[in-house]
Write a protein that binds this ligand. Structure first.
Ligand code: ADP
Ligand code: TRP
Length: 322
């Protein structure tokens, strides 16, 4: 079984990224061949500042390794090191009806929010299809907002297979229901673009604590009984806590007498405890960037081998005179 997922280097990863994508894909490195990559070609769609782009990529590599990605088990690489990706994306684009891309929610949402789309933004799901199909991936762990892109990938793969035979494996998205949409501090989906995130590794814990204290709640007094199932603090607490701790917190909500400020502090404490070993590992890794670079180089070599083989097959199937 091959598992693949990627994430863009657009900023510091937050709890939504971690629970929906980073942790699941890292866990799957124990169950099959995991391909995990930094989706930097995708980030060019927002024409990033070169300095930020580079430091975000480096930081993301550190974050993954700190969170437990094991380079002996998983293939970890930069998307832009695999030069066959844009080639495959081009070929796939010729099997992609315009309407399929026009229906993509992520694209439509961005346009609705006033972003003037470049062709890259429109083409983004095709590039993603190339990532997935290149390595014949079976399982793609992602958050709910990426599900449609995996479905688009299946559609493109099927169209290609209809013409040339069973070349591509049809991938399955893997979405963990309890973390499919992690809530942000303002009650909306946690997202870098909403400024409502809680970063997993901000070096300033005081700042992180402030993010927790910002979580929006209703205006019930401490004495009033509260509904845990309608509270962002509780929703985030559930990500970290054991069943026993969850039941206990829910009871205290319902009984009344619990201040939201206290619940926020408990959430912050359990967050700190959870990430403490990873934070320590990250600090160690920062002082050995040569190691991080070598992991990505080796990962790129392995991923390139597969990509070369796939492209050689595809070029033959399509009938290029090579
Ligand atoms: P952002 O919206 O913060 O820019 P990305 O689009 O870079 O996040 O998402 C990277 C990965 O994390 C994707 O698999 C996406 O589905 C997942 N993800 C992002 N935000 C959330 C969230 N709030 N809940 C669950 N998954 C999320
Ligand atoms: N589009 C994904 C995101 O923004 C990143 C990504 C690129 C990806 N290629 C992928 C995720 C392939 C899974 C599989 O989060």
């Amino acid at each position: 079984m091959r598992i693949l997922s990627g994430i863009q280097p657009t900023g510091a990863p937050h709890l939504g990224n971690y629970f929906a994508m980073m942790r699941p894909v890292i866990e799957l490195q124990e169950k099959g061949e995991a391909y995990i990559f930094i989706a930097d070609y995708h980030t060019v769609t927002v024409t990033p500042d070169p300095k930020d782009f580079k430091s975000n990529s480096i930081n993301l590599a550190l974050d993954f390794l700190a969170c437990g990605l094991d380079p002996e088990k998983a293939v970890f690489f930069r998307q832009s090191d695999i030069i066959q990706i844009p080639e495959l994306a081009w070929i796939l684009s010729c099997f992609t009806p315009m309407g399929l891309l026009e229906r993509c929610h992520s694209y439509k949402d961005k346009v609705a929010n006033g972003i003037v789309p470049n062709c890259g933004l429109f083409y983004y799901p095709v590039l993603m299809a190339a990532d997935i199909l290149m390595y014949k991936s079976n399982i793609v762990p992602v958050g709910r907002d990426q599900k449609q892109h995996v479905e688009v990938t299946r559609d493109i793969a099927q169209r290609f297979n209809n013409k040339y035979g069973d070349v591509f494996v049809l991938p399955e998205p893997q979405i963990k229901e309890n973390v499919a949409t992690v809530v942000g501090t303002d009650g909306r989906k946690m997202s870098k673009s909403y400024g409502n995130t809680i970063e997993i590794f901000n070096s300033n814990l005081k700042k992180t604590r402030k993010s927790f204290m910002k979580i929006v709640t209703d205006s019930k007094t401490p004495e009033e009984p509260k509904d845990p199932d309608n509270c962002s603090i509780f929703a985030l607490y559930k990500l970290f806590a054991s069943e026993k701790q969850i039941d206990n917190m829910a009871e205290r909500y319902r009984a009344g007498g619990l201040m939201y400020g206290m619940a926020k502090q408990e959430l912050f404490d359990i967050f700190c405890e959870y990430f403490a070993p990873m934070r320590k590992k990250r600090e160690e890794l920062v002082s050995d960037m040569g190691y991080v670079e070598s992991v990505l180089r080796k990962g790129a070599e392995k991923a390139s081998e597969v990509a070369c083989q796939t492209m050689s097959d595809i070029r033959k199937k399509v009938g290029f005179w090579t």
